[in-house]
Write a protein that binds this ligand. Structure first.
Ligand code: ADP
Ligand code: ASP
Ligand code: MG
Length: 453
């Protein structure tokens, strides 16, 4: 008989949004004796217009900070947990914990503290429902005073605390400083906790259970029937998640990757589907053909471009450095820097330059006296990612033909040296159509001819 594989299983917000979802989660855990360490998110949306508990908690903190009444929102949060507990006949009652949260918020508790309570309460509820011990993430996930995550201390504390426990529920998303101040990862951070627990327990596999049957070739909100990717390498997924494939938090990859633990993305609502395996680039699994040249398409809106033009720019020693120093002095990092003989463009997130536009533009003018220097808003970046591109010629040509055919103007092209991805800059208004066209040409096999006009 094959040995039982030890598994860490993380369930996202929609997988734990109500009692019916809790039942599915329990059935999944009980169907495999290896599913021993469980990391839950806070209850998510039950339907598209619903509000996540995490967002309600942020709202409470905001109202508390403004000195406003937040009792109604807090009552709605209580209702959500009570509905789950009552339906499942679990004796868990969040009332006392919520009274403490209310008092803490009135006394000025932080955003991170507020948000973390969603996972904390859900973890307690789930632990009682499953009959697994509860381990508070504040005891085992370590941050510095400045809010920086500490890997070594986390591994040490988590291993010591979980040692001897055959099963446990560890809530996702947060940890604490040495003196107990709660800090969260960024949004979607329960994925990171899952990865840490998998590593600390030396699990054979990290299962990440969500509401889609794996990583899809494109965002299902743009391409509704997008195909599932069977195997994706850590590198590919990092590119995809960095560029907006929000199915897995980008920081969830490092902890398990270093330990050689594969990730399996699964669907709580379709547990029999195999989902997506995320594996090392040099593993046998990564040799499995994806069937297509590209593995996935992802992208993000919300960028801007600083276009700089100056005759003979390329002959001017230190030009780039001077421009980049202006960004550095303003605490801004950029994403891409395509350049020509007399032109240079910096692509950066709108958020990074908001409120600093005038200072940055005048700084650049002063530093390099350009002929022109202007900022262009409303840029999207789209990444076409695939390990198969390394051995296939003509991928870029196919992408550009598809976009030209749709009369989509490309503002920037960047191919990473790894030949794993091609990044394209385009206008926000063209973004969704570009994703659909690239999907069609590589996945559904539409052929494209370029109009000559
Ligand atoms: P969870 O709450 O389980 O952590 P998330 O909402 O964080 O789930 O992530 C799953 C969602 O990610 C999907 O419902 C889907 O809308 C979105 N998504 C975006 N891009 C992709 C993609 N390429 N593949 C799968 N899902 C994607
Ligand atoms: N509940 C948190 C969020 O909504 C963390 C998570 O779901 O992973 O971002
Ligand atoms: Mg998530």
């Amino acid at each position: 008989m094959a040995a039982v594989q030890l598994k860490t299983v993380k369930f996202g917000g929609s997988s734990l949004a109500d009692a019916a979802q809790f039942r599915k989660v329990k059935a999944i855990i009980e169907s495999d004796p290896g599913r021993c360490f469980v990391v839950p998110s806070a209850p998510g949306k039950r339907h598209s217009k619903d509000v996540k508990v995490t967002d309600m908690l942020y709202q409470c903190q905001q109202l508390a900070a403004e000195g406003k009444d937040f009792s109604q929102t807090l009552a709605q949060i209580r209702e959500r947990y009570m509905e789950i507990a009552n339906t499942l006949s679990v004796s868990f009652d969040p009332t006392a914990a919520l009274e403490k949260i209310e008092a803490d918020l009135k006394a000025g508790a932080s955003k991170d503290y507020a948000a973390s309570r969603g996972e904390y309460l859900n973890g307690m509820l789930l632990s009682e429902y499953l009959g697994f011990p509860f381990v508070d993430a504040a005891e085992v996930v370590c941050f510095t005073e400045a809010g920086v995550f500490r890997m070594d201390d986390t591994m040490q504390k988590m291993r010591a605390r979980l040692k001897g426990l055959e099963r446990a529920v560890v809530p996702g998303f947060y940890g604490a400083t040495d003196d107990g101040r709660i800090i969260t990862f960024s949004r979607g951070g329960s994925d990171v906790t899952g990865s840490l627990v998998a590593r600390a327990t030396r699990s054979d596999i990290y299962e990440n259970w969500t509401d889609v049957s794996g990583v899809l070739v494109a965002d299902p909100r743009i391409v509704p029937d997008a195909a599932v990717i069977n195997t994706v390498t850590y590198e590919e997924l990092r590119e995809l998640s960095y560029m907006g494939a929000t199915v897995l938090h980008e920081d969830a990859i490092f902890p398990v990757r270093a330990a050689g633990i594969p990730i399996n993305i699964r669907n709580t609502n379709e547990p029999e589907a195999p989902g997506t395996f995320i594996v090392a680039d040099d593993s046998a699994e990564s040799d499995v053909e994806t069937g297509y040249t590209i593995t996935g398409i992802a992208g993000k809106k919300g960028f801007c471009a600083i276009n700089i033009q100056k005759a003979m720019m390329n002959a001017e020693l230190g030009f780039c450095r001077k421009v980049l120093t202006v960004l550095e002095d303003n605490g801004i990092s950029f994403e891409h820097m395509p350049s020509g003989i007399d032109t240079m463009t910096l692509i950066l997130p709108e958020d990074a330059i908001r409120g600093k536009e005038k200072t940055v533009l005048s700084g650049i003018r002063k530093a390099v006296s350009p002929d022109r220097c202007e900022i262009e808003h409303g840029i999207s970046l789209l990444a076409v990612v695939g390990r198969g591109m390394r051995r296939t010629r003509g991928t870029a040509a196919r992408i550009f033909a598809a976009l030209a055919h749709a009369r989509i103007n490309i503002k920037m092209i960047d191919q990473g040296s790894s030949e794993l991805n091609i990044i394209i800059g385009l206008l926000d208004g063209d973004f969704e159509e570009a994703v659909r066209r690239i999907y069609e040409i590589f996945i559904t096999g539409a052929s494209v001819t370029v109009d000559e006009d």
